[in-house]
Design a protein around this ligand. Structure first.
Ligand code: MG
Length: 384
């Protein structure tokens, strides 16, 4: 029986994680949950899983919840509370299903505490990849990716000599706007962007999929997770999203990972690793599949991906700045205060204004993150 903490349990990945756990009652025990402000869903989850610890990040939501939650569950509040929760001794594995950069501090704490990490959050790795991977190595902690592409690459590389790796093919569905013209993108509305053809996900990541920034973040994520030069990571648009990524070796052999498009598959693998457990999901039906398509991404139409390549080349605090500016810009787009095509313009401008610092420590990263957010806000204010 493995004791796990699910951080971000009321979000899309969090709920899928609990659905995996539900299928293996003798195998995983949820002993901690965390949510931002969705007290209603959280209380239902507490009732079902009876965790020993919960954390609610929003203070007023926490005040409301404390009146409902039974005394047998210890409540932590805010970001500091989350840092304390992950230090709890009895937790063996932490599922980071929180999106955004806010997870960085608790991720660092969890690694310091020697917990196994199932990482669905990509922003933290983008911001502080070398620092996180370095710390994990020092603490002998495994970072098990949950992002479907990273899980695919990881599975393709299992048991292989890393020196034999030639290229990684990072696949992208292309998002809901793949077939739109550049001109049409100018007038794209929030509603159209939130209609993703393959994956049902949170709002932030769905917008990132539409701009291809999601693939840019994954490029950086893969570079840090697998310690591969960015030039060897090729982004490949594959609209069917059945090949979740591929790895090419020096002898020209390519290994791909395919499965149905359901996040419960990579989630389950990160929880059960090194074992494989049976899944109740239907397998792929190759007889019905027909054709798989591939194309090169259009960097003129989707400049965010090009910006991510620049950040990968520049390293230092630049990936962190790219991520922070993007978070702000996406937030403003979702509030309909920024046009779709302005997202990349904001990110680009903030990156140009940044004086990059190499080999940053945690403090430098937090400073660069703050700076980029303020800078993005002032760029946006000048745009409108
Ligand atoms: Mg992904």
């Amino acid at each position: 029986m493995k004791n796990i903490a699910v951080l971000g349990s009321t979000g899309s990945i969090g709920k899928s994680t609990l659905s995996v756990v539900r299928n293996f009652p003798g195998r995983f025990k949820v002993i901690a949950l965390s949510a931002n402000s969705d007290v209603h869903s959280l209380c239902r989850q507490i009732e079902e899983f009876q965790p020993s610890f919960v954390c609610i990040r929003d203070k007023s939501a926490a005040a409301r919840a404390s009146k409902i939650i039974k005394r047998t569950t210890k409540i932590f509040v805010g970001d500091d509370g989350l840092d304390q929760l992950v230090r709890e001794r009895s937790i063996e594995q932490v599922m980071f299903a929180i999106s955004g950069s806010g997870a960085l501090s608790s991720l660092v704490e969890a690694i310091k505490g020697g917990k196994s990490i199932a990482l669905a959050n990509k922003e933290t790795l983008v911001m502080a990849g070398p620092l996180i991977m370095g710390l994990a190595k020092k603490k002998k902690v495994s970072i098990l990716p949950v992002d479907s592409e990273q899980s695919a690459i990881w599975q393709c590389l299992e048991g292989e000599n890393r020196n034999n790796l030639r290229n990684i093919y990072l696949t992208a569905s292309g998002g809901p706007l793949l077939k739109k013209s550049r001109a049409a993108l100018e007038s794209i509305r929030v509603k159209q962007v939130l209609r993703h053809p393959r994956w049902k996900m949170g709002k932030k990541i769905t917008v990132d999929s539409a701009t291809l920034m999601n693939k840019g973040l994954e490029l950086l994520e893969a570079m840090f997770l697998f310690d591969v030069d960015f030039l060897r990571i090729k982004v490949l648009v594959h609209p069917e999203a059945l090949i979740h990524s591929m790895v090419e070796f020096i002898d020209g052999v390519i290994i791909a990972q395919l499965s149905v498009t359901d996040m419960r598959i990579p989630i389950q693998y990160a929880l059960s690793y090194p074992e494989r457990l049976p899944s109740r999901l239907k397998g792929l039906d190759f007889y019905k599949l027909g054709v798989l398509n591939f194309e090169k991404p259009d960097l003129l139409k989707f400049p965010c991906l090009g910006l991510a390549y620049e950040a990968a080349k520049g390293l230092g605090t630049l990936p962190c700045v790219l991520n922070a500016a993007n978070e702000v810009a996406v937030g403003e787009f979702l509030r309909e205060r920024l046009r779709f095509t302005q997202i990349s313009k904001v990110v680009e401008k903030v990156m140009r204004n940044h004086s990059n610092k190499q080999n940053p420590g945690l403090r430098d990263i937090q400073e660069a993150d703050n700076w980029a957010r303020i800078s993005a806000q002032s760029v946006i204010a000048r745009l409108s």
